[in-house]
Design a protein around this ligand. Structure first.
Ligand SMILES: [Zn+2]
Length: 91
């Protein structure tokens, strides 16, 4: 089994992107990270989390803490758009 680090970007006073529909990037990042954590743990993997609540993620400190201690690290972020009908794709 693998050790996987998940960093839900931003949090606390740092909302970062905000949609015109009122969604905050920090909230989406955390929801996805918690969902991934639960799925990965259910599959038997060890998961290291930068944050599990609405606090400001210290991403640099987390990166230093997990360096050499995990098989995979994911930083979770979303883009903001000026319209709820906008789309974007990255590969
Ligand atoms: Zn972000």
């Amino acid at each position: 089994m693998a050790t996987i680090a998940l960093c839900a970007g931003h949090g606390g006073t740092n909302n970062h992107a905000k949609s015109p529909c009122g969604l905050l990037e920090k909230d989406l990042n955390l929801k996805v990270a918690l969902w991934l954590r639960d799925m990965l743990q259910a599959a038997g993997h060890t998961v290291l989390m930068a944050r599990t609540t609405d606090v400001n993620a210290n991403e640099a400190q987390f990166a230093a803490n997990i360096n050499g201690k995990c098989d995979l690290a994911l930083a979770i972020h979303f883009n903001g758009f000026s319209s709820c009908s906008s789309t974007d794709n990255y590969t």
